[in-house]
Design a protein around this ligand. Structure first.
Ligand code: SAH
Length: 394
């Protein structure tokens, strides 16, 4: 067993059960990609078992803080069962759900989503890459499902020295699937969709939106960064009569169109716009358009804190335009999924946008990801999605 010894004073983070060891904290020791290593403090005392990643700034990701625990097939079986058992207790209103959410489930570098009877997984770090076959087998055994699609075709794998990879890992068949979320049918494609196929983290915010659209009698709705129309279908379910969806992905808009039909809503109530949101917001303002409700759910503008300044300006800009476009009394749902921007900063950005727009707004609710994307108390970095539901008051 290889040992990693930390520099004096660098043991605190692992002692607080934060699962990452950065390159700069290591005094000596190493291992192969994904190899299990014993991490010790400067004085030789045990801190954690972890997976070594020679190419990454995050040089070790901790598997366990228990010296007696062995990192073997039984370990992955226990961790996967624990994660899946948690979801079973959460009363998730969908057959599409996140089963494993990386660090928050004690499995750093692993994402597993379930879409009906298909699993879709991402192996994002050297450790999960090394244990990939074991994890795939345990997942199928525990869930009783035979099909597992791999979507490890993401840039972050490059930071771990890993190549992108995608395809059936267990079983095969059609990659076009559908789930039923809060009673609404949503088609998705595990091979071609974003992430593992769909944005499950917004499930409950889409449902809240449907309820608010009904409660406030919103008729004209603008869904920006609509992807496959989850918020658009929710708006129609809430009684909206005129729903405009904007996204720069043609295939996503095609899927969105089908999603409206799948749920029996009137296609004539929908406008699909393949465009850049910022430009579309400006054009809408110039044309004098107005909306009773707007959703802003942009992609990650700030992957890390280093991008926070530029991203802040981009967030402020779209929020300012949206607040102007909103009719008096109108509802704005605005989100950021940037890890580099925390909820406090996001609040400040949106407040700045309101000032610039000359708009007053009341916070109806603070929003976050659905509970199958948990954040643990030891790992605040896991908290990425934050949002505000605002009512324009003047
Ligand atoms: N709200 C969606 C998820 C949005 S994900 C849901 O509930 O499922 C972000 C979306 O923004 C993606 O579909 C992506 O295609 C789109 N996008 C990224 N940059 C864009 C831009 N500049 N203008 C318009 N759409 C953009």
């Amino acid at each position: 067993m290889k040992t990693i010894t930390l520099r004096d004073g660098k043991e605190r983070s692992l002692q607080r059960r934060h699962p990452w060891v950065f390159q700069g904290s290591i005094a000596r020791g190493g291992g192969d990609a994904g190899e299990t290593v014993r991490v010790e403090a400067h004085d030789g005392s045990f801190l954690a078992w972890g997976a070594f990643s020679p190419a990454s700034q995050i040089r070790v990701r901790a598997w366990s803080f228990d010296e007696a625990e062995r990192i073997d097939e039984a370990f992955f079986d226990r961790r996967l069962r624990r994660a899946i058992a948690l979801r079973a207790r959460l009363a998730i209103a969908s057959d599409g759900m996140r089963l494993v959410h990386g660090e928050a489930d004690g499995l750093p570098g692993l994402i597993v989503d379930r879409y009906g009877d298909v699993l879709s997984a991402q192996f994002l770090a050297a450790g999960t890459e090394r244990w990939r076959a074991v994890i795939a087998d345990r997942l199928c055994a525990i869930t009783g499902l035979a099909r597992l699609y791999e979507r490890s075709d993401v840039g972050v794998r490059g930071l771990e020295g890993l190549e992108p990879r995608a395809g059936w890992l267990r079983g095969d068949g059609a990659t076009e699937l559908s789930i039923t979320e809060h009673g609404r049918v949503l088609g998705l494609d595990v091979a071609k969709g974003h992430k593992t196929g769909y944005y499950l983290d917004q499930r409950d915010n889409r449902q809240r939106f449907a309820q608010w659209v009904r409660q406030f009698g919103c008729r004209r709705v603008l869904n920006c960064y609509s992807y496959t129309g989850g918020f658009s279908v929710a708006a129609l379910a809430g009684g909206a009569t005129d729903v405009t969806s904007v996204d720069s992905s043609g295939p996503a808009l095609e899927q969105a169109r089908r999603n409206v039909e799948r749920n029996g809503f009137d296609p004539a109530a929908c406008t699909w716009v393949d465009a850049d949101v910022n430009q579309h917001l400006r054009a809408s303002l110039e044309s004098g358009a107005g909306f009773d409700a707007i959703v802003l759910d942009p992609p990650k503008f700030a992957p890390s804190a280093a991008h926070a300044d530029r991203a802040s300006r981009a967030y402020k800009d779209i929020n300012r335009l949206a607040l102007k476009l909103l009719a008096p009394g109108g509802l704005l749902l605005t989100f950021s999924c940037s890890g580099g921007i925390d909820a406090g900063l996001f609040h400040k950005i949106v407040a700045g946008a309101g000032l610039d727009a000359g708009v007053d707004a009341a916070i109806l609710q603070r929003l976050e990801s659905a509970c199958d994307h948990p954040t643990t108390i030891e790992f605040p970095e896991g908290e990425y999605l934050k949002g505000l539901a605002l009512l324009k008051t003047a």
